[in-house]
Design a protein around this ligand. Sequence first.
Ligand code: MLT
Length: 325
Amino acid sequence: MKMLTRMAGLVALVHLSTLAWADFPDKPVTLVVPFAAGGPSDKIARDLAEALRKPLGQTVIVDNAGGAGGTIGAAKVARANADGYTLLVHHIGMATAPALYRKLSYKVPDDFEFLGLINEAPSVLIGKPGLEPGNFADLRKWIAGNAGKVNLANAGLGSASHLCGLMFQSALKTNLTTIPYKGTAPAMNDLIGGQVDLMCEQATNAVPQIEGKKVKVFGVTSMQRLQIPALKDVPTLSEAGLKEFNVQVWHGLYAPRGTPPAVLAKLNAALRVALKDPELIKREEALGLSVIKDDRLDPAGHRKFVEAEKARWSKVIKDAGEYAD
Ligand code: MLT
């Protein structure tokens, strides 16, 4: 009897807490992007904000909180009220920051609720205009013949281009001179201007420059070629000789730990609707990106994927010995 009364009490409590959040969201929701406006992560967050408006029935605002490889914005969300009104759109840096930063004020995965993976975004290996080699095989020989002279730009420690660069050097078994910039825009400007030789940049940012013939392209980092006009004839790095080379940047949606289950369920349902938005899909696919349709859209599948990425990248980062305080 006692047991039955306790169970009835629990059911009533769950019911009450669901009722308490029945009106969620009744004010604008903020998506924190831990990178600068105008970059690849900002782009997906803004497209997603637009697509979430309808299923959430609310305005969705993007707040750029950039710096320190995405860790400033991620920390901001980890500390935010766990009420579903402050969410994080973060990329692969969610999985790599714990290995890269010796002092991190939040824990992955413990300090977050996982709402679903949003997209996968391959990168491309690009070079300054006028770079001598015409294809990846020649580039490889050129790198070997210019030991110590070839440099590789990135958008700063913890950026996707930094991570792709680490994987590239590890696959080549060569150390290039790494030039870190304060973001994708200045790195890309210097590549276009010929001040640096190479960059492994997200397709989101690289495709317009390839289409405009402002940079040379040597290979795509995913295992499959990208079926968009600018890249369909460009080999994968794996095909071109770096067997099994596979770097995909991805973005996911997160809430602070402790967000009520009823709110998480509403946000996950809204994300599923948003990722079917034809306009969002069109914008992603035009750049060679793909919207997630598999079980990584489930919170548990998303979390499992991030944990696997964390393990995979920790090894690459440890081998490279690149850390920050
Ligand atoms: C950005 O949006 O600035 C990028 O995703 C940063 C990066 O390359 O990691």
